[in-house]
Design a protein around this ligand. Structure first.
Ligand code: PLP
Length: 429
């Protein structure tokens, strides 16, 4: 960027009144260095920054923009809902319709509570699991992100089967001493944990397709073992499908793997770009929630009518015949094209995809765990990221993030991305 770039000016200004200049840390480019782009508008597969430069967008607002940015039907639904009033703090028929639609598409969710962020969804699901079982201990997996509730900001402890350490200042040791952090895709560790603590474990929470340590797919036997162990020991299985729900398949990862969790957290796509998230499961389990049961949870803007209108319209659009086949083919075309381009240039690189999600890795093989993902060449990724940005292609600004395509990323957009990558890989070799 030139020294009189508006992005630079805005970033300097933002840092005066906002910590790090951003309202969510990954936006700050700390991992890749440089100035974050300040976005002025978005349409279809593109967005434009403050200098007027256009980018092919592969983050899609970190998942929600599955039908493409500013889809005319979503925009119209939002405008119409807004004209009827922004928020009532009393129930609406739209919330019932959304609950019914979620139940129809994800049958394990008999009852659902709408909230405003994925963090709220997982935090509340945890509270429900603990409230319903009367147990405190939870299991999570290294590299899975479930939002920023205290019990979940935890990394592995000093040894296997020791409880975790906080990953954030401000999280008391006392909060995380109940959280056991295990390796993703490691069935043996899971078995050991249940052998040691089975009767004390309230729940296991997992991203059934992980998208916060780049893209890492669960091995089917890992999720099957988790399901069996939770059932055997009376623990609740929570699938955090905030990212992969309605992203890897219409019924989410649980439909793809054929495994039914007890609770599911949803977010991102179900809000279509506005703040809607949800958690739900069997009616019996959900009856533990206030006002019926003793587990408290609430929200001033929960089920907000404008946000629900955006979400419902998005849920309708993704049910068009062939939607997921096309989305999956788009992500696969990108992954295969990038891999071939890197191979031509002799760069150690691979890529993977599932539904509308993809991962790009500067390593010889696709990782299956956090440790394997961290072994990739991050400095090569950073160089690649910036060179692609110059080419007008916006990948997630960190090597640990998955990427997303939308229904508006057509073959020409994907092929332009691959052509740009071919030029970049040639320089990287
Ligand atoms: N769970 C998963 C799997 C996520 O990817 C995220 C956010 O990226 C969250 C939870 C938290 O959602 P939110 O950022 O809406 O609080």
């Amino acid at each position: 960027m030139t020294s009189n770039s508006k992005n630079d000016t805005l970033f300097a200004r933002a840092q005066k009144t906002t910590p790090g200049g951003v309202n969510s840390p990954v936006r700050a480019f700390r991992s890749v260095g440089g100035t974050p782009r300040f976005i002025t508008r978005a349409e279809g597969p593109y967005f434009w920054d403050a200098d007027g430069k256009r980018y092919i967008d592969y983050i899609g607002s970190w998942g929600p923009a599955i039908v493409g940015h500013a889809h005319p039907e979503v925009v119209a639904a939002v405008q119409q809902a807004a004209a009827r009033g922004l928020s009532f703090g009393a129930p609406t028929e739209g919330e019932i319709e959304m609950a019914e639609e979620i139940h129809r598409l994800v049958p394990s969710i008999e009852q659902v509570r709408l909230v405003s962020s994925g963090t709220e969804a997982t935090m509340s699901a945890l509270r429900l699991a603990r409230g319903a079982t009367g147990r405190d201990k939870i299991i999570k997996f290294e590299g899975c992100y479930h939002g920023h509730a205290d019990s979940l900001l935890v990394k592995a402890g000093s040894g296997l089967l020791t409880f975790g350490n906080p990953t954030s200042a401000g999280v008391p040791e006392d909060f995380v001493k109940h959280t056991l952090v295990l390796d993703y895709n490691n069935v043996e560790q899971l078995q050991d944990a249940f052998d040691s603590f089975g009767a004390e474990i309230a729940c296991v929470i997992v991203e059934p397709v992980a998208g916060n340590m780049n893209l890492i797919k669960a091995k089917p036997e890992f999720l099957q073992a988790m399901r069996a162990l939770c059932t055997q020991h009376g623990a609740i299985l929570i699938f955090d499908e905030v990212m992969c729900g309605f992203r890897v398949a219409l019924g989410g990862a649980q439909a793809l793997y054929g495994i039914q969790p007890d609770l599911t957290a949803l977010g991102k796509v179900i809000g279509g770009g506005l703040p809607v998230a949800a958690f739900g499961g069997s009616a019996a389990l959900m009856h533990n929630m206030a006002p019926l049961g003793g587990v408290y949870q609430a929200g001033t803007l929960s089920g907000n009518p404008v946000a629900v209108a955006a979400g419902m319209t998005t849920l309708k659009l993704i049910q068009a015949p062939g939607f997921y086949e096309a989305l999956g083919a788009t992500a696969a075309r990108l992954a295969q094209g990038l891999t071939a381009a890197a191979k031509e240039a002799g760069v150690a690189f691979c890529a993977d995809s599932i539904g509308g999600m993809f991962g790009i890795y500067f390593s010889a093989t696709v990782p299956t765990s956090y440790a394997e993902m961290m072994a990739g060449d991050r400095s090569k990724f950073n160089t690649f990221f910036h060179a692609m940005l110059d080419e007008g292609v916006y990948f997630a600004p960190a090597a640990f993030e998955a990427g997303f395509v939308s229904a508006q990323h057509d073959d020409a957009v994907i092929d332009a991305t691959i052509e740009a990558a071919r030029r970049v890989f040639a320089k990287l070799a």
